[in-house]
Design a protein. Sequence first.
Length: 169
Amino acid sequence: MAYLLDANVFIQAKNLQYGFDFCPAFWDWLEHANARGDVFSIQQVGGELHAGEDELAEWGEARGEGFFLPPDNQVLAAAPRVSAWATGQDYAPAAVSTFLQVADYWLVAFAAAHGHTVVTHEVPANSPKKIKIPNACVGLGIRFMTPYQMLRAERARFVLGPVVPNAAI
């Protein structure tokens, strides 16, 4: 079982808790966990990050398909099950249409196909106007968790390293 990270995990990490400038250990941990085969995301999430045209986009591009996995035949076979679930719920047609066009749909399909755990900051919500990843996961029997739950489960540790001389405070 591996973890599949939603775009909001990367974006919030960069913008808040784990900025590249003051917490490079988070990004190093992601790379090491990916090399072990434990942490990935999907091509569609990589595309969302690329659209940002910033340091996160550059980081994502440097990781490539080894980190941001393209859909395979198993994912393509699982996608109709995810689509059928979405259309069979009480969501507004616009919510279903949007879900089926964004990375969330492919993230859930990838997790369904390969038995992975989805990692997201989203929380379940009972609104007919938007399909949330956790709702889709619950409906399809897919495990999901927050990034903090993943980091704790994996016993990630970010410890202070040597101080860089003349670093801005």
